[in-house]
Design a protein around this ligand. Sequence first.
Ligand SMILES: *Cc1c(COP(=O)(O)O)cnc(C)c1O
Length: 365
Amino acid sequence: MSRPVPNPGILDIAPYTPGKSPVPEPGRKVFKLSANETPLGPSPKAIEAYKQVADHLEDYPEGTSRVLREAIGRAFGLDPDRIICGAGSDEILNLLAHTYLSQSDEAISTAHGFLVYPIATMANGAKNVVVPETDYTADVDAILARVTPRTKLVWLANPNNPTGTYLPFNEVKRLRAGLPGHVLLVLDAAYSDYVSRNDYELGIELVATTENTVMTHTFSKIHGLAALRIGWMFGPAHIVDAVNRIRGPFNVSTAAMNAAVAAIEDTAHIQMSKAHTEKWRNWLTEEISKLGLKVTPSVANFVLIHFPTDKGRTSAEADVYLTKRGLVLRALNNYGLPHALRMTIGTEEANRLVVEGLRDFMAGK
Ligand SMILES: *Cc1c(COP(=O)(O)O)cnc(C)c1O
């Protein structure tokens, strides 16, 4: 009997496996440190703005997210006409892939890159080309070496998740200069708010001065609005025009839009979150390193912890051990990092408990 057949590429996508449900010992408080959510929550002003929408749930949202595009424009000094908002940056990434990729095209992502990229690529029938990294960092020469006449798009998270590393802006510019003009470079700046390095840039200048680069961003991380699904991109006018043609007319909810405006305007909350992250990122890196575990230097709101491969000390065993104590980290087998765990920086209490847990684990307790 005949039956519907999915488009080419769809069944090559590995089915999404949700993170395990934590099963701690009875009586343990659970700390979810596995999804890079902020432990500090959103701005109270964002929560208030969200609640106000409850009085008008019968109304469709304003379809272009104008108020939010204007607020983003003010915050970053951008032309609101060159911004598109989406239901999380996930939607934006998928819209970009849908707009620019089709069968027989290739899109490049890096060895330990964000898993949404290969899914967006393959969902459009294109080939996902994976390029090795150097020291858990994107390697511009390795990327350029894999460009073929079929390459249409390059995905680059900067900083990268799950490694926490970043490319200095001169390297990003060198990448752009080395790519053919028809190749779209997508700079995913989800974690840019946590970076304080002089040689780092979100890529706004590159987007503004080229016809083939976009920058995406999210309200899920430092703004603490992951539940509302809200992200955005800044791009050249012709890309904004093309993507807007396939974007759903009401793709962003009023609640998400209004909460995001309040969040981006609460600079005190953003600064407080950044300071908390920086302080505890330094502390965790130092304390975990003292235990004999390698920590990849991170500029984001998480750290990548590498474990030995000898029995009793492996990342899989550490994961089970910490989970029993209510400390849920992220295993990274899907990301090509089977011997590492990613830990989202948490509250002071959570951070101290993880170090204590790892100390006991390494001591074989
Ligand atoms: C968390 C994250 C995002 C944000 O995704 P949303 O859909 O906006 O929640 C984007 N890119 C990377 C690399 C991330 O880790």
